[in-house]
Design a protein around this ligand. Sequence first.
Ligand SMILES: [Zn+2]
Length: 391
Amino acid sequence: MNKSKAIFGNAIVIRKWNLSSIFKAIRKQGPISRIELTEITGCSAGTVSNHVRTLIKKGFVIETEKGVSSGGRKPVQLMINPNKAYIFSIEIEVSQIKILMFDLELKVVMKSIIPVIYKDNYMKTLEQVFFEMDKMIEEKNLKLDNFLGIGVAVPGLIDKVKGILEFAPNLGWKNVHISRIFKDKYGLPIILDNEAKVAAIGERESIYPKINNMVFVSINEGIGCGIFINGELYRGASGNAGEFGHIIIDTNGPVCHCGNKGCWETFASESYIFNRYLKLSNSNKELTKKEVYQLGKSGDKKIIEIFNEAGRSIGIGLVNIINGLSPELVVIGGGVVEIKDYIYNEIVKILEESALSISYRSVKIKFSKLGSLAAVYGMADLIINERIKFI
Ligand SMILES: [Zn+2]
């Protein structure tokens, strides 16, 4: 590449980045004036003015006069036009699928949760998702042109560039061309990402925007993590960094879906809790996860002991994460947030005993505030930030 081409290339990247950060500032802080935008984004007045002009022309931003005047003329404020475009944010879980339609202000317009009935047949499962999406589009009287894009979060390893779900161990799906399947159906831009990573984005953007070094530990049927280092989501060489669920904590432990023995998630996930319950209970009645949690919460001592055991095992994995990365904040998310009162003390006990004190002193342990919606919010956020660059 010659020098002028490289400079031109950089200019395009910078333009996209500035446009995206100006839009994000309006979305998060609006109504906001152009002067405030220069202060928040660090862009020059000219850059702000140009990009705002584009955003207004394309209908993504509108002017309003809600600002507080300091005596003279009321300053013109900028805000998002929430109904200019919509986003589909979908989270495929092991037993259910969440399908949410968001507006540009990240408000939930419609929501549908469907069970995974055909776990062995991904195409049939995705057709169920399409059915729900079509219904929502029709109900809101929208057209495909009204959508900025579709985001799909999955509990597994992905090739983000090609949009392929390479392996979701707890779903049993391998090499599913998710992006192509959605593209063939809707023709819209698609982003495929890992559930724990977008949940980390969701939690940080909404609750902890100022925390730069953070690990989001998503504990559902398996365990995945999203890692923020210096304010950036760390993806690693393969794009799949954060698979702490598969760090081996006992080489003689149970066999994991990944093929190894004694991975952290075989001791500390919801699958562990559920399998342990099945083993210990003499009842033939099959209970759902919710029912097992409910029994524990209503005082079943056997189940409470399982919760405590899981808490201790969660603590052991967190010792490894905290010793290895020394984050400022660890957020525990996923289904186990339901039983936080039964696992928190056990986690803290293990951390106090075993984590390196210099790292433990600097970290806070919290439970997700967005709860089960962290991934869909994070995905919607990602779609808006990525897609707005191309308007
Ligand atoms: Zn494993």
